[in-house]
Design a protein around this ligand. Structure first.
Ligand code: NG1
Ligand code: ZN
Length: 526
């Protein structure tokens, strides 16, 4: 392979437009789409090299800026088992994205040398994108990066982030996880969901009606595809289908952070279940408005507790010895953590923000449930758990058979808004619960998130799963001082990995206290 080709592409088509340093963060590279062409091309190059290092395994590349506003885009790489790019390669990605066009050829040669890559070996890259208008242009840049290094590239067009993870795993396991196609994905999830539902579409307080906010993103399109194939087993009405701007006053992030109903949703009967996904459909939150017009949020913590409780029950019913754990981040509502530890008696772990940390920790359990408060999460099952459940099912255990269907409705490869939603609908239906029954499990502590613009957000460094500030010196003591003034107060700050801001989180016994605490801490950071 002649590395001159890489340089020629870079020089002629994908010149670097900005010299600002960028970093492969919690969700890859993100920023204004106008400046991303060169980064995309380079990530195509990198994915090809990554595949070669791993013996030609399929590497995924997803083009999306998730819940960010429309002008933004981004790129993240998916490792062969569906996991986020290995941390050691995040550093390689950052270096590759930051060198000048003139240095690019040399940098690629360096990666090849340091990782002993056989450039003539086979390489397979899958690439997909969300529905932003600049995504096709950026997808072409990724594909050109692969082609410049003579790799194989397969384009999947418009897909959700979790579909991309699914394709990668399905391909690398030679179909054992399902077929690596769009139909394969629908078939796997829908078959399991319909079997779990049977003909009992309503049960107890559970009504078969769900209003779906698609955030004007790819989740809306795919939900419509699900509906076409589901035989009316779930009655879903889709809103924010793509006519408006992606994530603009709608979507899971808006609903969670603003704690408000998204735009363009109809005025439904009180207590109607509503669900919001984000722009690339890897996050999901539920909400409803009660008979007094009060808005209620059922966020990722709620979903996690509902699932953990249900799965614990399944384990018991099957008579199996399996340890189940729940993984959260510091953003989890304190009341949810109390509920899990004291009521559900499930072990809880807290890790830094970012799916890779949650996923990694969840692997330590036979059954690991992980969720960020914002609605990103899933469940992963160890081989041991799967084998025991399969064995029990083989011996005729009805509960174990049901458990296998539950596993199939879950997209274990990454948080998947639609798969999570199908699981929640299954559980609510089985329990005969409406949103009020669900909300009644525990009462959220009032909480608030603020964004603070500072000159250099990276002067803030943290420890203990981001709950304690290490630098600037003295900041943590000051936060402690502020928190001590409020009943059940808790607050922490950290630099965002996806936006140029410092995030402030606060919770306290009352809404007023929580607002006041967030403000106090915001001032300290400023
Ligand atoms: P940052 O910007 O690092 O806080 C946000 C979310 C993460 C994760 C990533 C990736 C919060 C507080 N943070 O990260 O949980 O979802 O985006 O999309 O919600
Ligand atoms: Zn997302």
């Amino acid at each position: 392979i002649n590395l001159r080709t890489v340089y020629a592409f870079a020089r002629e088509m994908y010149q670097k437009k900005s010299n600002a340093r960028i970093q492969y963060g919690t969700a890859g590279f993100r920023g204004n789409a106008d400046n991303l062409d060169s980064t995309m091309f380079r990530m195509g190059v990198l994915a090809t090299l990554r595949s070669r290092v791993l013996g030609g395994a399929v590497i995924g590349v997803m083009i999306t800026a998730s819940h960010n506003p429309e002008p933004d885009n981004g790129v993240k790489l998916i490792d062969p088992k569906g996991e986020m790019l290995d941390p050691s390669w995040e550093v390689i990605a950052t270096d590759l994205a930051n060198v000048t066009d003139q240095e690019l050829e040399e940098q690629v040669a360096k990666i090849i040398k340091e990782n002993n890559i056989d450039v003539s070996s086979s390489s397979n890259v899958y690439v997909g994108m969300d529905n932003r208008y600049h995504s096709p242009r950026l997808l072409k840049a990724v594909a050109d990066g692969v082609i410049a290094l003579k790799g194989n590239v397969k384009e999947f067009g418009i897909v959700t982030t979790p579909m991309m993870h699914y394709y990668v795993v399905a391909a690398n396991t030679k179909g054992a996880y399902g077929q690596p196609t769009e139909e394969g994905y629908y078939t796997k999830l829908i078959t399991a969901f319909n079997a779990l539902r049977g003909d009992k579409l309503e049960n107890g307080n559970y009504r078969n009606l769900l209003l779906f906010d698609g955030a004007n993103g790819v989740g809306a399109r795919k939900m419509l595809q699900f509906i076409k194939r589901m035989n009316n087993t779930l009655n879903v009405e889709v809103f924010n289908k793509g006519d408006g701007k992606i994530n603009h006053e709608c979507g899971a992030d808006h609903v969670k952070v603003q704690q408000k109903v998204p735009i363009c949703m109809p005025k439904a009967d009180p207590n109607t279940r509503c669900v919001s996904v984000d722009g690339d459909a890897d996050r999901v939150v539920y909400f409803f408005t009660d008979e007094n017009g009060t808005f209620h949020l059922l966020d990722g913590d709620r979903i996690a507790t509902l699932i953990a409780d249900y799965l614990m029950d399944m384990v018991k019913k099957c008579g199996l010895e399996l340890n189940l754990g729940l993984v959260q981040t510091a953003y989890a509502n304190g009341a949810s953590t109390d509920y899990i530890v004291n009521k559900l008696k499930v072990p809880v772990a807290c890790v830094p923000t970012g799916v890779k940390h949650l996923h990694h920790k969840a692997l330590e359990f036979d059954i690991g449930v992980y969720f960020e408060a914002n609605g990103h999460g899933t469940v992963i099952f160890s081989d041991n758990a799967k084998n025991l459940i399969k064995k029990a099912a083989g011996e005729g255990n009805i509960n174990a058979k049901q458990f296998l269907l539950i596993i199939d409705v879950i997209n274990e490869t990454v948080g998947d808004a639609i798969s999570d939603m199908l699981l929640v609908e299954t559980i609510l239906n089985h329990k005969g619960w409406d949103v009020k029954d669900w909300l009644g499990c525990y009462e959220d502590l009032p909480n608030l998130q603020l964004k603070v613009k500072v000159q250099d957000r990276n002067v803030i460094t943290t420890t203990d799963a981001e709950r304690i500030c290490v630098t600037p010196v003295g900041l943590q003591e000051a936060i402690n001082g502020a928190v001590a003034n409020y009943k059940r107060g808790r607050s922490f700050v950290r630099p965002s990995g996806t936006e140029d801001v410092v995030r402030v989180y606060a919770e306290a016994a009352t809404k007023e206290d929580c607002e006041s605490l967030a403000y106090d801490v915001g001032i300290l950071v400023h």
